[in-house]
Design a binder for this molecule. Structure first.
Ligand code: BGC
Length: 821
């Protein structure tokens, strides 16, 4: 609860934060769901209920309020008890249920996506769906389907892919899974929330073709899958805030796609009353700044007809009715099944594990060998990212323990120090307990002394404290505050790993160069209602050198090295660089020099540049692997399962060579505007169009065995295609192949087209020596482009190239086919 409260105030600080064309010749006929449904289609029973509601009651259903019995979830809408309308509890999020209680911390959605397996996404959805209901919730604020456009975006771990087909398949399957368990799914953030920088205000300028061919496809798939709710994004799209954008909320969502659920704002993303509800917004979250009294006044003074309130209430009630919440037909809340949740979490983490490099048979490791485990996240499990996707896990094992149970001898070295070491007592005059200073309830503790530095060095001060960030100790060094309060979001968005010490104390850091000699140190700490415990630690150039030396020594004395590298992302913040944070590059370089049989395990949010790549033996991308991540990582390292994941995003060589590099108008935006000037050429499409080489291409991922592909056949199937080919496991181990099918452009369309697009894929488990014929269906939509003149899809007819292969840059088979009308 306190988290929710502080988060609310942090967000507050930020100030809250096509028509369907007639099917012209050649244009695709609008799908059945595209025909607008009559607003009054809710049925006589609902209409009767609506008629009994007072204006105040109706309005209370259209905005958030404080939950008298909160479980720490993100939102609450009171029901209308006298009419049997129950309250709605709304919880995050994308990687598991986020309340104050324990839940299954599933692997980050990007890891789920890496499995290229919609059936697994459905089971993932079922885990969250069941747990959400078991934990007293009615609505899940997930899945997130915004595309990965910029590698810097802070939420890339919370979403699926840079490719719209893969994202669409997964979002649809996950929503079905969530709703199979009677929890209402909310697809978010509609639309174009593809970066965190300036997310509350940025105006995304995007052309109609790009909008429809890329970002919107996932949302449409979510609506087709029956999502009960949609969350509007913070940002503007083409000049208008998403939460009051008629093109998005009415023309596309309702009139074109036939959505009949409700649209809520992102948290504090409402900006108006009449304009928003008229444009198609139904619910303001988490409070009623615009949809509370202001809405009532607008109706009463005639600036807005009450039927618009009724329209929104009808949408909310009709979803509640569909889920059996109004007549009590919803099944009783189940108990949590933590065991089943853990099993799916483990399966997903193994299935998504993506082996990027494996030289000289570095992997799999041989059981019973000697291993050096290096890196802070080698012992401290990195479970999930920060922000609203953070989950309180049931438990989390240490990768070190998981490796110990498989090796004969394991040594561990920290390598990179996240939480600092004790300041030597002799450096502090007078001495004080800088390792565990306790301040009593309501007491004020002060220290006035000196810190003596024996040699000029770079110091990182690390403050650990038990209070809320706003009540942390004040530490003045030479008269300057070391840990000033961050403006706006800063205090809330601090990441999931680095901002909390292993014992749960909050952590803040400050790095500066200190000259040799004495420095004044003044500390003021106040013990609030619970008192205060704090530590002041540090790491310096000298302690860092010592950490690296210990890691190098451990690496030298072991046959194999597993080095865990981290990057800690959260919503609200983008990364400044694709490089690993801190001094990890130097650590990797020193360790790989000492022992080239080094596997780097990446617990990162998204793509990373790897200037150190060629010195490594292997690189295993695990993202944020959830509560079973340690076991899954060890299982993959030791070859107990094949690394089943493939990249759902391209990895750039460096900060200068990727789709949003070098043009600030593209990213992060100039004067509040961000231009999608790469158009439809996002992700691997950009690398293809530019002839750029990615570090690792979309679809890449190695197996411990090898596969050959053959006998590609393509035939027309309706307006789409049926592709078939043979995949043969030519190695001596069982393994997972993820063959992918790509199609080239149509010669007939006068529209911008990509060099190739992903058209289908299949995840296949093949025993050693096994050969299997794989069939992949390509839908007409995948062969179509959005024509901005017709405002509709148009099939790309004519002879088109079809490839099948192991990644977007490993295309083994090729043929062509005539696509007809
Ligand atoms: C995030 C949403 C989340 C909401 C509620 C917002 O800051 O953008 O994704 O669902 O908070 O926690």
């Amino acid at each position: 609860m306190s988290d929710t409260v502080s988060r609310r105030s942090a967000l507050r600080l930020m100030g809250g934060a096509i028509a369907v064309a007639a099917a012209a010749t050649g244009a695709l006929t609008p799908p059945a769901h595209a025909l607008a449904r009559p607003e009054a289609g809710a049925g006589p029973r609902l209409e009767g209920l609506l008629a009994k509601l007072t204006l105040d009651e109706k309005i209370s259903l259209l905005h958030g309020a404080t939950d008298p019995a909160s479980l720490g979830q993100a939102g609450y809408v009171p029901g209308v008890r006298r009419l049997g309308i129950p309250p709605l509890r709304l919880t995050d999020g994308p990687a598991g249920v986020r309340v104050t209680r324990h839940a299954t911390a599933l692997p980050a959605p990007v890891l789920l996506a890496s499995a290229f397996d919609p059936s697994l996404a459905r089971r993932y959805g079922r885990v969250v769906g069941r747990e959400g209901r078991a934990l007293g919730q009615d609505v899940l604020l997930s899945p997130m389907v915004n595309l990965i456009r910029t590698p810097y975006a802070g939420r890339n771990f919370e979403t699926f892919s840079e490719d719209p087909l893969l994202a669409s398949d997964l979002v649809a399957a996950e929503i079905k899974g969530i709703q199979d368990e009677h929890l209402i799914a909310t697809v978010k953030h509609f639309a174009m929330n593809n970066q965190e920088q300036d997310r509350m205000s940025i105006d995304v300028r995007v052309d109609e073709q790009t909008l429809h061919e890329l970002e919107l496809r996932g949302f449409e798939a979510a609506i087709d899958a029956g999502a009960g709710a949609v969350m509007g994004a913070y940002n503007k799209v083409n000049g208008t805030f998403s939460c009051e954008n008629k093109t998005l909320l009415t023309d596309i969502l309702r009139d074109r796609w036939g959505f009949d659920g409700w649209v809520m704002t992102d948290w504090f993303a409402a900006h108006s009353t009449v304009a928003a509800i008229t444009a198609g917004l139904d619910m303001e979250m988490p409070d009623g700044t615009y949809f509370g009294t202001a809405l009532k006044t607008a109706v009463q003074n005639g600036s807005m007809p009450e039927r618009l309130v009724d329209r929104s209430v009808r949408r909310v009630l009709s979803v509640m009715d569909r889920f059996g919440l109004l007549d009590g037909s919803v099944p009783p809340r189940p108990d949590r099944d933590a065991k089943a949740g853990a099993a799916v979490a483990l399966e997903v983490a193994k299935a998504g594990a993506t082996l990027l490099r494996n030289e000289n048979r570095t992997l799999p490791l041989t059981p019973g060998g000697t291993v050096a485990v290096i890196g802070p996240t080698g012992s401290l499990p990195f479970v999930s990212g920060g922000g609203s996707a953070h989950v309180v896990p049931d438990h989390a094992d240490s990768p070190l323990d998981a490796i110990k149970s498989r090796a004969r001898k394991v040594t561990y070295a920290l390598g990179e120090d996240l939480f600092g070491k004790a300041i030597p007592a002799a450096a502090l005059t007078p001495a004080f307990d800088s390792e565990a200073q306790k301040v009593g309830v309501g007491k004020v503790w002060t220290y006035d002394g000196t810190l003596t530095v024996t040699a000029s060095d770079e110091w990182t001060f690390v403050l650990h404290f038990s209070s809320a960030p706003t009540a942390r100790p004040e530490v003045l060094l030479d008269g300057t505050e070391l840990f000033p309060q961050a403006a706006g979001y800063g205090e809330y968005f601090q990441g999931g790993l680095v901002s909390a010490a292993p014992d749960g104390l909050s952590v803040r850091r400050r790095t500066l160069t200190l000259a040799k000699g004495a420095h004044t140190l003044r500390i003021t700490a106040q013990g609030g209602a619970d008192g205060l415990l704090f530590r002041l630690r540090r790491s310096t150039g000298a302690t860092r050198a010592q950490d690296v030396a210990e890691a190098v020594s451990a690496a030298r004395h072991a046959r194999d090295v597993v080095l865990f590298a981290y990057e800690d992302a959260t919503e609200g913040l983008d990364r400044a660089t694709l490089a690993l944070p801190g001094h990890q590059r130097q650590l990797i370089e020193a360790v790989t020099k000492a022992n080239p049989r080094t596997t780097v395990v990446l617990n990162t949010s998204s793509s990373t540049s790897m200037p150190w790549l060629n010195s490594t033996g292997a690189v295993l991308q695990m993202y944020y692997p959830g509560q079973e991540g340690a076991v899954a990582t060890a299982a993959v390292l030791y070859g107990e399962c094949d690394p089943g994941g493939r990249l759902t995003q391209s990895f750039a060589v460096d900060d200068a060579h990727h789709p949003v590099a070098g043009d600030p108008r593209r990213y992060p935006g100039v004067n509040g505007t961000e231009e999608y000037s790469e158009g439809i050429h996002a992700g691997y499409r950009w690398y293809d169009a530019q002839g750029e080489r990615p570090l690792f291409p979309f679809g890449h991922g190695l197996s411990y065995t090898s596969f050959s592909y053959g006998h590609l056949r393509v035939r027309r199937a309706g307006r789409g295609l049926r592709v078939s080919f043979t995949v043969h496991n030519t190695g001596r181990r069982d393994g997972i192949a993820v063959p992918q099918v790509y199609v080239g452009p149509s010669p007939h369309l006068q529209l911008d087209q990509a060099v190739k697009v992903l058209a289908g894929y299949r995840r296949v488990a093949l025993r050693a020596g096994e050969r299997r014929r794989v069939e992949v269906d390509i839908a007409a939509r995948t062969l179509s482009s959005w024509d901005p003149k017709r405002h509709d899809w148009v099939l790309g007819t004519g002879r088109r190239t079809v490839w099948a292969g192991a990644s977007s840059r490993d295309l083994r088979l090729r043929t062509s086919v005539e696509v007809g009308k």
